[in-house]
Design a protein around this ligand. Structure first.
Ligand SMILES: [Zn+2]
Length: 276
């Protein structure tokens, strides 16, 4: 299965369960899965968890791949959730949930959420990703904010929390943010999962955009989810193709014959679409 393939075709091929679909799946998504594991779960083994994520994906493709017609961007959020489930399982019942950092006060979920709310929505997303350990330089590529803007926002945010330095704050506040977001209930006004991509792609009407922005600025759950979408989509789009090693390792875990697909060096489909 080479050449351009639509997400619908890939979903059908994976649902049919044959090796071609799953090899293609591994090729397409191994890079972003590897990145998420290395960035968020280095202490749990990082990329060593790669085969586990794909085993879990193959065990429950229906839920992960979604219904016919559903798009790849929504799927990427579910894939991200799956990576986090596997990572957290590997972490075990350790000190994961809201654990105030030694400074205690600064990393309380409610305080972090409240401090965030005082920023415009785009800066809230910027901060949400900065608190997850992305550097101002990476965020420049991801969100097109100048590094000075990120540093300034972090400094202001640090000040609002009364923390001594943004460095000391970051790790604890990142966890507190995730804790606040998962504790916040999803309300009727909350943004549909399918809407984050339309928001990011500028495909909303002016009115819808305004309503969504206003909601996200005040809803830590949706703000956080939008940052998660920006993260997973950015790395899916930007990372170079999967290494033959990764594809082979995944294929072995799934019991697939890897040789044919993994050894060919191929341009990723999206680059081909761009004429690359
Ligand atoms: Zn919401």
């Amino acid at each position: 299965m080479s050449g351009v393939i639509s997400f619908d075709d890939l979903r059908e091929a994976c649902r049919a369960g044959g090796p071609e679909g799953w090899l293609r799946f591994a090729e397409l998504y191994a890079p972003v899965v590897r990145h998420l594991l290395e960035h968020h779960f280095s202490g749990e083994g990082g990329a060593a968890l790669l085969p586990k994520v794909f085993e879990a994906a193959r065990a429950e493709p229906g839920e992960l791949l979604g219904e016919a017609g559903g798009n790849e961007k929504e799927f990427l959020l579910r894939l991200r959730d799956l990576v986090f489930r596997i990572g957290r399982e590997a972490r075990g019942p350790g000190p994961t949930p809201p654990q105030p950092s030694p400074g205690v006060g600064p990393a309380e979920p409610e305080k972090v959420a409240a401090a965030l709310e005082s920023f415009p929505v785009l800066q809230q997303q910027l901060l949400a990703l900065a608190l997850r350990g992305y550097s101002p330089e990476t965020l420049k590529v991801m969100l097109r904010f100048e590094p000075e803007t990120t540093r300034g926002a972090l400094e202001q945010f640090t000040g609002k929390l009364g923390a001594a330095s943004s460095g000391a704050l970051a790790a604890g506040a990142g966890k507190a943010l995730v804790a606040a977001a998962s504790a916040a209930p999803r309300g009727e006004q909350c943004v549909a999962e399918s809407a984050f991509a339309r928001w990011a792609d500028g495909q909303m009407t002016w009115r819808e955009r305004e309503t969504t922005d206003r909601h996200m600025a005040e809803c830590i759950h949706c703000l956080n989810r939008s940052a998660e979408y920006l993260e997973v989509f950015h790395f899916f789009r930007m990372l170079p193709p999967a290494s033959a090693n990764d594809v082979e390792e995944i294929a072995a875990a799934l019991g697939l014959p890897a040789a044919a697909a993994a050894t060919k060096k191929k341009t990723p489909w999206w680059l081909r679409l761009l004429g690359g």
